[in-house]
Ligand binder design. Structure first.
Ligand SMILES: CC(C)(COP(=O)(O)OP(=O)(O)OC[C@H]1O[C@@H](n2cnc3c(N)ncnc32)[C@H](O)[C@@H]1OP(=O)(O)O)[C@@H](O)C(=O)NCCC(=O)NCCS
Length: 183
């Protein structure tokens, strides 16, 4: 089985490494990046524990995972993920990029590569993604990659971010839809 999605013209994917905690930390400490993510950045030790857990999940679900995204020159752009959750045949697509790389089509380019990989290499039946309804850039990435809006659902947080009242949105692309687009 292929271990990582193949590279795109501007993105090289690789598996996370234990030493990546600091890289992830710089991303998570940027308030702009975290605007629509209801999650307090963990301590350095916490970040290392997250990487360890992700590596453990990689062993459990070998085709899925969180992939560091680098430019062909080796600069860290951010990450893309296919998370198995409780249904490995319907992985959840996620992405987080440094702000200086936004607005250049990179999230769309990387997400398309992960979707092709999910259907072509790990046998997914569908790929899903969700985000806050007010996260327009993320929603646009989803539709640009061929995912369709499924539903809006309520989320309950102790300390909700602005916009939480509009709920979260779920998007999906099925294998037949992917085949119809790809061939
Ligand atoms: C979401 C994110 C990955 C997008 O990255 P990106 O590389 O800028 O995305 P792309 O350039 O591929 O596409 C962005 C699309 O959103 C559009 N867009 C950006 N900001 C927008 C806004 N405020 N309103 C409407 N559309 C917007 C862009 O025009 C583009 O659409 P287009 O190609 O049809 O013109 C990036 O903003 C990010 O890392 N955000 C923080 C993490 C996050 O929110 N992740 C998703 C949580 S589920």
């Amino acid at each position: 089985m292929v271990e990582v999605p193949p590279p795109t013209p501007r993105i090289v994917f690789r598996r996370l490494r234990p030493g990546d905690a600091d890289l992830l930390d710089t991303l998570d400490r940027d308030e702009g990046v975290m605007q629509f993510l209801d999650w307090e950045p963990p301590s350095r030790a916490g970040q290392r524990a997250i990487v360890t857990e992700r590596l453990r999940q990689d062993e459990r679900w070998p085709g899925h995972g969180c992939f560091a995204a680098e430019s062909p020159a080796g600069e860290f752009l951010g990450w893309f993920a296919l998370t198995a959750r409780d249904r490995p045949q319907v992985p959840d697509l996620g992405y987080r990029l440094h702000r200086r790389f936004w607005g250049q089509g990179l999230a769309t380019e990387g997400s398309r590569a992960l979707i092709d990989y999910a259907f072509g290499s790990i046998g997914a039946d569908a790929v899903e993604a969700d985000t806050m309804a007010v996260n327009q850039a993320s929603r646009r990435v989803m539709t640009n990659c061929g995912l369709s809006y499924v539903r809006t659902f309520e989320v309950d947080f102790d300390d909700p971010l602005p916009g939480t009242e509009h709920g979260d949105v779920l998007y999906r692309i099925t294998r037949p839809e992917w085949l119809a687009r790809a061939h």
